[in-house]
Design a protein around this ligand. Sequence first.
Ligand code: NAD
Length: 396
Amino acid sequence: MNLKNNTTHGSIEEGKRSIHWTEMHMPLLSELKSQFAKEQPFAGLTIGVCIHVEPKTAVLCRTLQAGGANVVLTGSPGTTKDAVAAALQEEGITVYGQRSDRRNEHLQNIHNVLRHHPHLLMDNGADLARTLIQHYDNNSLIGGTEETTTGANLLREETGENIPFPIIVINDSPLKRIMENEHGVGQTIIEGFMRTTNLILPTRRFVIVGYGTCGRGIARYLRNLGSQVVVIETDPIAGLEAALDGFRVARLEDTFAFAQVYITVTGRPNAILKEHFSQMNDGTILANAGHFSWEMDLESLRQDAQHTEQLTADIEQFTLANGRRLMLLTQGEMLNLAGGSGNPAETMDLGLSLQAASLLYLVQQRQHLIFGPQPVPHSVNNTIAGQMLKHLSYKI
Ligand SMILES: NC(=O)c1ccc[n+]([C@@H]2O[C@H](COP(=O)([O-])OP(=O)(O)OC[C@H]3O[C@@H](n4cnc5c(N)ncnc54)[C@H](O)[C@@H]3O)[C@@H](O)[C@H]2O)c1
């Protein structure tokens, strides 16, 4: 559904004010916007964007629009801020989707974006790229960017070498992994947990499933706030790193008595399975920070529950046959986005500037590009890192 008149969860003015606040804290995108406004690198081009519809993405879309682009946007299930979508619509950016969308509506939104025949894609979870490869002939496509680990894995594993356009994998940039995944997600998963539960962090017993860049950040931030943290890892190297960082590394099966909260962040399906739920303590909280809610077998949880009750907008209680109650936060969608404000403006300034600068690179180098997934060019990483360091440093 096109959101032009949908202001159910906030007014256009509210959306504009939240974009204004965010824009003030995204200096790298502001600089790119000035550059794009002068040079018009995207004049005549349509850019299809699939990134969470919230204020930081709005700043990105404005930046691309300033460079002459026709921007068509959709987000992810459960994370769309309707007031922001409405504000962008008013500025001439087409937005598909709303906060209440689930997976089916999301897939329709993806098709709606692709029907605009984009010349460039900005993807998050490879939904645009995979759907385009499966269902559309688009000879005018120059290339795209992919934001996430999950999307990059899906593209590499499903389509292998047969991707008929260049796709720059933003998540492979060391900059993004350090600043956004580790520090951004670390800080904001805590915000999402506190907002949705209103519970104390010191002494609370967390199990973090997956110790990649995001899991490492979440585990470290929780520990710094006094929580007890155990890590589950399938990769022995990442597990060793967690152990050397001072965390207890365990098998999932050994954590049921300890855990008060599970947070999955593996980028893979079914890290927590049907048979695990009944062994958890009464009152155990389940949350996900990974891109898709598939990290827990929620379908089985829903089917097997004797009784389900929505306690608050963000907490769903499942009573199992053994009488124990499990509490699912934000339907298993990303806790920091669905239950909080998402990654901090400064961290997304870096990630989204990498995206915008990579699109510029694709347009400028379009005659010399190779097809398939590829890293962010070194020159782009270097420039963005230097600019961010300049903004974060205090001159004494
Ligand atoms: N919430 C956000 O704002 C946000 C931001 C960036 C990335 N992400 C998402 O978070 C997820 C993780 O991203 P990342 O960059 O940390 O990925 P990563 O690949 O660096 O780390 C994932 C880790 O999980 C481990 N793992 C895989 N399956 C497992 C299992 N069954 N049990 C335990 N460990 C397992 C892997 O060995 C790996 O170490 C992805 O889905 C990514 O898209 C979310």
